[in-house]
Design a protein around this ligand. Structure first.
Ligand code: MD3
Ligand code: FE
Length: 216
């Protein structure tokens, strides 16, 4: 039945430009899916997902954990990168090989060769969870891109500009999609509105987003 497609030569994933310096690589994580999900389970066994508190005192609806030499954390004292997980008092789990390979290959397809992320923030959205419009600017060297990998339930991604009230465009991010943000778009405002109810056949009733960063 599928023999018509059996000998198609694999091509690079389709490129969708999102902004200057930002590209969406539809399905680029699918070849890594099994390894990445297995590695994720090992990370979460060491440093479980938790709902962090913002400096303003709000508990985030998105649950988070990290892997790599440093992890992104927030509490009443502010946002920062920390080498240790504040919940366990131990270093964050190491960045798995499959994570590194995925980030490096996506970044080079997008025109950022040699990307060596030292932090991976892992976001878990359950239906109703959201991430309000923000910039990512806690990383020391903003010339590094950010690579983002979407798994599980689909989400709307809101992408603005350098100013909070610049017009916002919307992109659907689906299981396996990878986006790379660098250059002029690196400091653009972005967010994710409330995740809709649903069930993904391998990931379940949630969306997982990995963001690879050069933080230190
Ligand atoms: C564009 N995460 O973790 S990923 C975040 O889907 C974050 O969980 C969203 O925003 C999520 O900070 C969006 C895409 C993303 C991440 C960082 C960016 C887009 C970005 C930094 C600059 C510009
Ligand atoms: Fe962000």
């Amino acid at each position: 039945m599928s023999d018509l497609f059996d000998n198609i030569i694999p091509l690079d994933p389709p490129f969708e430009p999102m902004a200057q310096g930002a590209v969406l690589l539809r399905g680029a994580a699918l070849p890594f899916e099994k390894d990445v999900l297995a590695a994720l389970n090992r990370i979460v066994a060491q440093s479980p997902f938790r709902h962090m508190v913002t400096p303003g005192g709000f508990t985030m609806s998105v649950a988070m954990t990290n892997c790599g030499a440093a992890g992104w954390v927030t509490d009443r004292s502010g946002y920062r990168y920390d080498r240790d997980d504040p919940e366990t008092g131990r270093p964050w789990p190491a960045m798995p090989e499959s994570f590194h390979e995925l980030a490096l290959s996506a970044a080079s397809l997008a025109g950022y060769p040699g990307f060596r992320p030292d932090a991976c923030l892992i976001n878990r959205y359950e239906p109703g969870a959201r991430l309000s419009l923000h910039q990512d600017k806690n990383e020391r060297d903003l010339t590094n891109p950010i690579v983002s990998v979407s798994l599980g339930l689909p989400a709307i991604f809101q992408f603005g500009g350098l100013k909070r009230n610049d017009p916002i465009r919307k992109f659907a991010l689906r299981h396996g999609d990878v986006a790379v943000w660098g250059g002029p778009s690196r400091l653009f405002y972005h967010g994710v509105p409330e995740l809709k109810e649903g069930m993904h056949e391998t990931v379940g009733r949630m969306r997982i987003n990995l963001t690879f960063r050069g933080a230190l």
